[in-house]
Design a protein around this ligand. Structure first.
Ligand code: AMP
Length: 444
């Protein structure tokens, strides 16, 4: 049978390119990512957090029940679809719901409390892409589940403060309380009263929010809404006794730790589950710097009711924060914070001729196993191309393996700074290199 070859489908323009709002993390950015991953792991370990990596895909119901069906993130920005088995699933728009689900599902309530968890992972929001705002972005997420104590709120803020400081970034926390189910309805009524006569000047979204989520009017970015929010009654003046006491204690702990903060009654966070402490970190920028000045680097807060709402034990207090990694990197670059230089490459191995090339992989592996940071350019035959890369890399010594050396079981050892070359026994090459490198390092 003569089957006709299938016709190749024509690709639409742009079909094979990055999706809108998505980003490749290219090799030239990896130093920043590596630095951040290492710092986060170091801080997590110092503060006693354990890593938990939940899957990217979860049941949509999880986010409806936690993040909240009327939150922008769920209502407008979630990547949701029905999978092949007919289940309604979503790419996570944030990490807290998954961390809480995992805490409940794996019976972590039986561990010594509180349980401290962290991760660094991608999240997805179908937001309007712009500079520093992506549809897939990474968050560093820290959660403490099983404590309602104000000192934990302060410690969460401290972790971010010291992490930014350690990275050389100037940032300050802005803090507020969003109360609890006792005091929030009364405060929301106060807000509705305040906005009642001004309603027609609100943006369309805020008009809708006024009934079902009045708090959100306070952090609307529209000019007119912002002006109105300035004169609104403040939650801090209207907290119930328990929330007020909690808030005062958090501030006392921050004072004691000498962590500066600003009270900001407009920090209400966009998600449904927050109770009591809510905070966001903003960069402190120098003159002329405007990178991300409007945007928070990180945000978070307490969510004392979420665990029980998701089926966990009643009264399980919890708090968390998320840092946006891309935003953090933008700020590191904007504030011209340089990355520590990568480890010096010690040795370059150049090969001339087919049989030398065959030995190169084995020889390089032996050098690496012995602890040398060694490189080569195996797909090039020209010695001058190899030597030119060796000097570009700034290596101290180059080993040259040619036809003659192969026969004699020797290798040429070239000192890159003086250009002097010596013939050494291939068996002694590691010893000779160590001797020379130690001498150089000793001279530093
Ligand atoms: P949120 O949960 O919205 O408070 O986000 C926490 C942090 O994630 C923010 O402070 C940002 O640093 C970062 N972030 C939020 N949305 C985006 C986005 N669309 N693109 C990049 N980073 C984001």
């Amino acid at each position: 049978m003569n089957k006709k070859p299938e016709k190749k489908e024509k690709t639409k323009k742009g079909e094979l390119q990055l999706l809108r709002g998505m980003k490749d993390i290219l090799p030239n950015e990896q130093d920043y990512w590596e630095l951040i991953r290492n710092k986060v792991a170091q801080f997590a370990s110092l503060y006693g957090y354990e890593r938990l990596d939940p899957p990217v895909l979860e049941s949509t119901a999880l986010f409806l029940r936690s993040t909240g069906k009327y939150s922008d993130v769920v209502e407008k920005e979630m990547f949701s679809f029905i999978d092949k088995g007919g289940d309604n699933v979503s790419l996570r728009p944030e990490l807290t719901p998954s961390m809480c689900r995992a805490y409940i599902e794996h019976g972590m309530v039986n561990l010594p409390q509180p349980v401290k968890l962290y991760t660094l992972a991608p999240v997805f929001r179908h937001d309007k892409p712009q500079a520093g705002r992506y549809r897939q972005f990474y968050q560093i997420d820290f959660e403490v589940i099983g404590s309602s104590r104000p000192v934990i709120d302060a410690e969460m803020i401290a972790i971010q403060y010291f992490l930014y400081k350690d990275l050389g970034l100037q940032a300050q926390v802005q803090i507020n309380s969003v109360g609890c189910p006792h005091c929030r309805p009364t405060y929301e009524n106060l807000l509705r009263e305040y906005y009642h006569t001004k309603k027609r000047n609100l943006c369309e979204t805020c008009k809708k929010r006024l009934q079902r989520n009045a708090l959100r009017l306070l952090d609307c970015k529209e000019e007119a809404c912002r002006e109105m929010a300035e004169g609104a009654p403040q939650f801090l003046d209207n907290l119930c006794e328990e929330c007020r006491e909690h808030f005062v204690k958090v501030l006392e702990h921050l004072d004691a730790a000498e962590i500066p903060y600003t009270l900001n009654s407009h920090i209400v966070r966009g998600l449904d589950y927050y109770t009591k402490t809510a905070f966001e970190f903003y960069p402190i920028l120098g003159e002329g710097e405007k990178e991300g000045s409007q945007s928070a680097i990180s945000g978070g807060g307490r969510y004392d009711l979420l665990i029980s709402e998701l089926g966990g034990r009643e009264g399980t207090g919890a708090i968390g924060f998320a840092i946006g990694v891309e935003r953090l990197i933008l700020l590191l670059k904007a504030q011209q914070i340089t990355i520590p230089a990568p480890k010096q490459i010690d040795i370059f191995l150049a090969q001339v001729g087919e049989s030398a090339r065959k030995q190169a992989i084995r020889l390089l592996e032996e050098l690496r196993k012995a602890g040398f940071n060694a490189r080569a350019l195996l797909d090039k035959e020209s010695l001058s191309a190899q030597l030119s890369l060796a000097s570009k890399l700034g290596v101290k010594f180059t080993l040259i393996l040619g036809q003659k050396e192969m026969l004699d079981k020797t290798i040429l050892l070239r000192d890159m700074s003086s250009g002097a070359q010596e013939i050494v026994d291939v068996k002694k090459v590691q010893h000779e290199l160590s001797k020379r490198l130690d001498k150089l390092n000793g001279e530093k």
